[in-house]
Structures are given as C-alpha cells and as structure tokens.
Design a protein around this ligand. Structure first.
Ligand SMILES: Cc1cc2nc3c(=O)[nH]c(=O)nc-3n(C[C@H](O)[C@H](O)[C@H](O)COP(=O)(O)OP(=O)(O)OC[C@H]3O[C@@H](n4cnc5c(N)ncnc54)[C@H](O)[C@@H]3O)c2cc1C
Length: 487
C-alpha cells in the first residue's frame, strides 16, 4: 500500500551510514544537508497516499509505476503519474521513487533474462518487485564503476580494482567489496540496486553481480558530495537547491553480505548487461526521465516569460521569438514522450505487456543533452545582468536601513523589489548556482556518456531505411546519355 510521507521519513531513520564533510549523519531527515529534500520526497508520498492526485498516482493502493503496462492507455496512465511527481519538484528531482519502481517492474516483464546457465535470479527479480510494490519502497541505483577502475586505454588495471565485485561465497549468500560511482538519491532511498549497465569484459565475471540491498545494510557506506541544500541561505534565497538537492553519493561496499534471494545476476557478464537492455528497464527509466525533462523545460520557459515581463521586454519582437524558441523546445520534449508511448513495443511477445518504443526513447537522450544547455543559455540571456545584482540574502530586505534602499533601487514598474528579487533569485538557482551546474551535468550525462549512446543510436537505429532512400534515389538516374536520366 502507498505510504504516507511520515511513514517514508520514519523508514529513513534506520542507522544507515551516510557521511558528509567528515561527519557521520545520524538522521538524514533532521540533518541540515538533507532534511528539506527528505521532506520534499515525503510530500511526493503524501500526494500518492492521500490527495486529489491519489487516483492518478496509484491504483488499488499501489503506485502506477509498479504496474506492468498492457497497452498504450497504461503507458499514458503511468506517464501522468510521473508528471504529477515531476511537477511537484518542478522537474529538479531526477531520481524520484517512481524511477527505479518502473525499472524493477520491467524486470518482472521479462524474467527469462535472469535465468542463465549457472544461476536463476528470476524469482529474486520478482521478489524485488513484490517487496517494493507492497512496501511502496524507494530504490536508488548505482550502475557505473569508479573510473579509476580502468586504465586510460580502457583495459584492465594493475592491482586491486575498486569496482564492486564478489570476494567470497558464504552460507546463504555472497560477500561483495568495492565501490560504485554516483548513486543519486541513495541517501534518501530504502534500497539500492547495484549493477552494471555497461558491457563488461568476458573475464570480469566477479564484477557481474547485480543485487538490491537495504541502504542500512552493515558495511555499506554512502559518501555524499557537497550538499547544496546545506549551503543554501534560506528558502527565499535558494528556493530550488534548498529543497530539491537529491545528492549523489559514492557507494562503498566493505565486505557486504548479500543474501542469495537479493542477488539478481551472478558471475554472468551477459546477464548483468541484459537485465537493463533486454528487459524494458532502461526504456522505463527514460520514460520517467523524459516526462520530468518535459516538465523542467516548461518551468524554464515559465521563468523566461516572467523574467521578460519583469524586465519590461516581453512585448519586444526578439523576446517573443526567444519565448517561441523555448515553447518549441517544450513541444519537442513533450513530443518525445508521446511518440515513445505511441510507438510502444510488445515485451516477450506480449507476455510481459508493452514498453515505450526503443528508437524514440533512446533518441530522447540525444535531444535532452542538446536542448538543456540551449534552454539555459536562452533564459540567461533574457535574465540579463540583473540576475547577479541581487542582495546577498533576503535579510537585506528585512534590514531597517537596507530594506528601503533595496526597495527603491531594485524594484521595477509594476514589480515590487521583494517580488522581483524573489524571481531573480529563483532564476539564479535554476541557472547559475552550483546546484544549477550539477543539474546541467545531470541532463547531459545521467543517461550515460554521449560517445556511448550516440554509437548505440547508430548501431541499433534503422540506418538501412535511410540508406535505402538514397540508394533508390541514386538508382533512378545515370549519366546524361542514360535513358533514365531526366531531360
Ligand atoms: C549528476 C549525475 C547523476 C548521475 N546519477 C547516476 C545514478 O544515480 N546511477 C548511476 O548508475 N549513474 C548515474 N550517473 C552516472 C552516469 O551514468 C555516468 O556519468 C555516465 O555513464 C557516464 O560515465 P562517466 O561519467 O564515467 O563518463 P566517462 O565514460 O568517463 O566519459 C567522460 C567523457 O570522456 C570522453 N570519453 C570517454 N571515453 C570515450 C571514448 N571511448 N570515446 C570518446 N570519448 C570518450 C567523453 O567526452 C565522455 O563524455 C549520473 C551522472 C551524473 C552526471
């Protein structure tokens, strides 16, 4: 059954080992580096549990991301649920609970992938889905090896490899050691799925272990990056970073025991790779990401419009064109979501329901990586220099002597200083802060590096159809003496 925000927050007080700035975090729901974001995530749970949106977010008390879609209508229903949560954070929380929920559901749509010669993880994949759906659990995922795990040439490294790997088998499970890089939101999750989304070399069988364990598992350490929430001055000064900083942790396993029933793939490099690409897991992740991206572009476009209105430039033709370009980008982002749904594909010959079309889903990553920096540039341009000429904090507006100065010099016709400064500070948090820079990195690289996904698009796309079109054109004419040549 869906959890309330309070139930979710209570589940985070479980002794998990999260470190930041040399300090062990006792309780992420109370620590100033994490508490507001935890509360924002709690509000998502409240929306599904008991609000006007409950019916759209959950069916039969279970979040829609846990249902295997059987057709286009179900995909649309799942997207509506993704959209409501995306809007609740204006698109700035990337790895909300519905993300891995949809991927875990995908594992059960094609469970055969987990059954290999030496190991059968199909029931474990089903159990993961059941556990998450019944407990309304939040799982993060870490699928990338630390880059120090390879040489500059991409080959094996001398000495101890830092990537997570199996170091022993014990009664009832395996012991794993090593690290995975970038576990977004793992500090806020109930479980973390550890795996590998990139192809491993055939000999890397000890790294080909995929599993899901509670974040509070003994030996599991989460090393958080700088907290933008922790650095935020106030809600007024940093309205986004103070509330939507999902953090990205380095995940370290120090001889962590993983019971067999939580192991999904074992010592099989193909299965470890296929669980993401030969089930709908990856496209389901993109479905959530693309819906959130569309929402974020709507937000950036709204910002552009309000900034232009506050600056008195909205009626100018070049500004109208800039807004037109932004609206065009929103339409593109939306079109990718709708097109992926319309081009849905059967999973496991229909036995596993349907998934968004792969070609469009994969291409969404290319579009998003290019559109996001372009959209930021556009809004920055419209914001002008005023965006950096702001009082250091809202305190200045409250100060008896400075307040009147700020009001006199930073207000604009029809826009009081308090309102204008508030808007500009919101814009700076979306465009210029450290939080904003990390958001841009997220939109351009969280789907993987371009050299990987661009090559994949070329290899897996219907390049034949494109070539054929040109071949047909070439075949339609010859040298001027040739009869087929047009006169
Ligand atoms: C903010 C953020 C959040 C993330 N969250 C998660 C998460 O929650 N879970 C998760 O599993 N992953 C997450 N990722 C990780 C993401 O999956 C990886 O960043 C991505 O796979 C790229 O890997 P990399 O950063 O190590 O890039 P690398 O593979 O090191 O590549 C970096 C750059 O080097 C160049 N390069 C490298 N190799 C080549 C080559 N062979 N040919 C040409 N150029 C090359 C390219 O310019 C490339 O962009 C996140 C990433 C970011 C930025």
């Amino acid at each position: 059954m869906t959890r309330s925000g309070q139930e979710y927050l209570a589940s985070l007080r479980d002794g998990r080992e999260v470190w930041i700035d040399g300090e062990r975090v006792r309780d992420v729901t109370r620590h100033p580096a994490f508490r507001n974001t935890a509360a924002s995530l709690g509000r998502l749970y409240d929306l599904a549990h008991d609000s006007e949106h409950s019916a759209e977010l959950a069916a039969g008390g279970v979040h829609r991301a846990f249902s295997v879609p059987r057709g286009h209508t179900d995909l649309v229903a799942r997207r509506r649920a993704h959209k409501i949560w995306a809007e609740a954070a204006y698109g700035f929380l990337g790895r909300t609970p519905d993300c891995m929920a949809a991927a875990a559901t995908a594992f059960t749509a094609a469970p055969g992938v987990f059954t290999t010669g030496g190991f059968d993880g199909a029931d474990h994949a089903r159990a993961l889905h059941r556990r998450m759906a019944e407990g309304d659990l939040y799982a993060a995922f870490t699928l990338t090896n630390p880059r120090t795990s390879r040489t500059a040439a991409g080959g094996p490294r001398d000495g101890d490899d830092p990537a997570v790997r199996v170091v022993a088998e014990k009664d009832g499970g395996v012991v794993v050691r090593g690290a995975k890089m970038i576990g977004t939101a793992a500090a806020f999750a109930d479980e973390v799925v550890v795996g590998t989304i990139e192809p491993l070399a055939p000999q890397d069988t000890e790294q080909a272990v995929s599993f899901s364990i509670p974040v509070a598992t003994p030996g599991l350490t989460l090393l958080a990056r700088t907290s933008y929430e922790g650095r935020a001055r106030s809600l007024y000064d940093n309205p986004l970073s103070s509330r939507f900083d999902e953090n990205d942790v380095l995940l370290v396993c120090d001889d962590v025991f993983v019971p067999w029933e939580r192991v999904l793939t074992y010592r099989d490099v193909d299965a470890a790779f296929r669980m993401w690409w030969h089930t709908p897991a990856y496209v389901n992740l993109v479905h959530q990401a693309a819906t959130r991206f569309w929402t974020k572009l709507e937000f950036l476009t709204g910002l552009a419009i309000l900034l232009a209105k506050a600056g008195g430039t909205y009626e100018l033709p070049p500004v109208a064109q800039a807004v037109g370009r932004m609206m065009g980008r929103v339409a593109q982002a939306k079109a990718f979501v709708l097109a992926a749904e319309v081009s849905f594909e059967q999973v496991d010959s229909g036995r596993g329901g349907v998934m968004p079309g792969r070609e469009i889903s994969y291409a969404q990553r290319i579009m998003a990586g290019e559109l996001y920096p372009a959209a930021l540039r556009e809004v920055r341009q419209l914001a002008g220099g005023g965006i950096v000429q702001l009082p250091a904090s809202g305190e200045d507006l409250l100060h008896p002597e400075l307040g009147p100065l700020v009001r006199r010099f930073l207000g604009a016709p029809g826009h009081g200083a308090e309102e204008r400064v508030k808007l500009l500070k919101l814009a700076w948090d979306a465009l210029g802060t450290e939080f904003a820079a990390r958001q841009e990195q997220y939109e351009t690289l969280s789907h993987g590096a371009p050299h990987v996904y661009l090559a994949q698009q070329a290899w897996e796309g219907d390049t034949e159809a494109c070539e054929t079109l040109v071949r047909e054109c070439l075949a339609g004419y010859g040298l001027p003496s040739d009869e087929t040549a047009p006169r």
